[in-house]
Design a protein around this ligand. Structure first.
Ligand code: ZN
Ligand code: FE
Length: 254
């Protein structure tokens, strides 16, 4: 089993260490902030062997060069974004396999937030690292992609098994929940989840990770088939991309 250690970074980012106990291989998912990543490595007694980047934004790849210089680790990222990933050594594309010690991850290209965004899926451990593509009750802003692309990318993530544990890169859940209840006010699973989120945040606890099953039941950005959502958006019977695009547009102005 992979050991996963979650690290609050910057204002609202999460970094993650992924450790293979069989071989000692240890990856950081993105490099939002060097000091807390190094503190976590020291606390666990792990040596950093890999940096696995989801996308090029500074709060995800900003620590690449410093950590690579310190640990002489391999930097892994999207082939189509190779020129924007500092220090990249291994450039991967959709369907490629990344080996981390005795474990393997499948690369899933998920353009939309950025054009070169990728996710890492460790099938044997049922965990996925999705960066800024899928959030708990939300999704990433469309900085470089179209609603069509993001809708398709979210569908690729949602095709993973319901039990999959999903690690997203930001603690945005409370704000996402405030929006979600405006577009699906009568969803009982959402109402229940909002209470749980408020309790967690009031106790200073993270709402990440989430799961595919929980997002499927509650996240409006992956619920374009919901009759209530469509009705609230005045898009009853519209196609999935149109419903997603309008949901995203409203959240941008919420
Ligand atoms: Zn980003
Ligand atoms: Fe980010």
């Amino acid at each position: 089993m992979l050991e996963i250690y979650q690290i609050p970074c910057l204002q609202d980012n999460y970094g993650f260490l992924v450790h293979d106990p069989e071989t000692g291989a240890t990856a950081t998912i993105d490099t939002p902030e060097v000091a807390p990543i190094n503190q976590a490595l020291a606390a666990k007694g792990w040596r950093l062997t890999h940096i696995l980047n989801t996308h090029h934004h500074f709060d995800h790849a900003g620590g690449n060069e410093e950590l690579k210089a310190q640990w002489n680790c391999q930097v892994v990222g999207a082939a189509i974004d190779a020129e924007r990933i500092p220090g990249i050594d291994v450039a991967l594309a959709d369907g490629d396999t990344l080996t981390l010690g005795s474990k393997q991850a499948r690369i899933i290209e998920v353009p939309g937030h950025t054009s070169g965004h990728i996710a890492y899926y460790f099938a044997a451990d049922e965990v996925a690292f999705v960066g800024d593509t899928l959030f708990a009750l939300g999704c990433g802003r469309l900085f470089e992609g179209t609603p069509e692309q993001m809708s398709e990318s979210l569908a690729k993530i949602m095709a993973l098994p319901d039990e999959t544990t999903v690690y997203c890169a930001h603690e945005y859940t409370e704000a996402n929940a405030a929006f979600a209840v405006t577009v699906e006010p009568a969803n009982p699973a959402l109402q229940q989840r909002v209470k749980e989120i408020q309790a967690l945040r009031a106790a200073g606890k993270p709402t990440v990770p989430t799961s595919i099953g929980l997002e499927r039941a509650t996240n409006p950005f992956v619920r374009s088939d919901s009759a209530e959502l469509q009705a609230v958006l005045n898009l009853s019977g519209a196609d999935e991309v149109a419903v997603f695009a309008e949901t995203r547009r409203r959240k941008d102005h919420f």
